[in-house]
Design a protein around this ligand. Structure first.
Ligand code: AMP
Length: 254
């Protein structure tokens, strides 16, 4: 079984981003970029499926600028077998366009499972996996907290839902999106980082995938971006009574 994992290059989660003065978006000049954290979890899960013998090959795919090669190399250093970079230039690509590109790659690679993050931490869309499932007409297990191969053609996915856990059985080929508690991604060792430099990485354009440039034209316009209001300083109270009084009369929460 071949597994395809979608990995996105995003602003590192430790970076405090600044809103551009004109409100048109975030100032990303000289900002540290990394693999989307949910995608690291997706890579880890795919590698574990390979280590258990359930998967035969782990292929990573990223849609973005040429620097997304670094993101793919990170996943290759974790243990994936090869990477595919679909180069689309500087403009942000919306989830539907990414899903169309992933569909084309999934079909040409004849994979049985696609694992994506539940959301990218830059756009917080939480759409790509679901759209890919619809475009391919494959079943989906979203927000997975556990993934298990039940039989060679069935996948068991546990999902954290309000008030408990839900277990689904999906017939392969299928789509899985990862939640935070699925696993703890491994760190790449130095020897593996060196080895990853030599792993195969194909660079494709939309026309290589027989897709039109029209699919990446934006359908949305960001009209404004605002930073959250600064937090007000806290105060110290001298006693429980004072705290209760403030909660009752000032915060009006009791
Ligand atoms: P989103 O729907 O934008 O929140 O993204 C959900 C997931 O789709 C991410 O965690 C990635 O696994 C995948 N994805 C989104 N955009 C890209 C991209 N440009 N390249 C590769 N994978 C992506």
């Amino acid at each position: 079984m071949k597994v395809l994992v979608a990995v996105k290059r995003v602003v590192d989660y430790n970076v405090k981003v600044r809103v551009k003065a004109d409100g048109s978006g975030m100032d990303l000049a000289n900002v540290k970029m990394s693999m989307n954290p949910f995608d690291e979890i997706a890579v880890e899960e795919a590698i574990r499926l390979k280590e258990s013998g359930a998967a035969s090959e782990v292929i990573l795919v990223s849609v973005g600028v040429s620097k997304s090669e670094e993101t793919l190399r990170t996943g290759l250093a974790m243990g994936a077998d090869r990477g595919i970079l679909v180069e689309v230039g500087e403009q942000a690509v919306e989830p539907l366009a990414v899903a169309k590109i992933l569909k084309s790659v999934a079909e040409s690679e004849q994979v049985s499972l696609v694992i994506l993050g539940k959301q990218a931490i830059d756009d917080d869309c939480n759409q790509t996996g679901q759209m890919l499932s619809a475009l391919l007409d494959w079943p989906q297990g979203t927000f997975a907290s556990d993934v298990d191969i039940a039989t060679p053609d069935k996948l068991k996915v546990t999902r954290e839902v309000d008030g408990g856990l839900q277990t689904l059985q999906l017939t392969l080929p299928a789509i899985v999106t990862t939640d935070l508690r699925l696993n703890e991604p491994r760190f790449a060792s130095l020897p593996n980082i060196m080895k990853a430099k030599k792993k195969p990485l194909a660079k494709l354009t939309l026309s290589d995938l027989e897709l039109s440039e029209d699919i990446i034209q934006p359908r949305l316009t960001i009209t404004n971006t605002e930073a959250p209001a600064p937090r007000q300083a806290g105060i110290q109270v001298a006693s429980v009574d004072e705290l209760l009084d403030k909660l009752k009369h000032e915060a009006s929460v009791l």
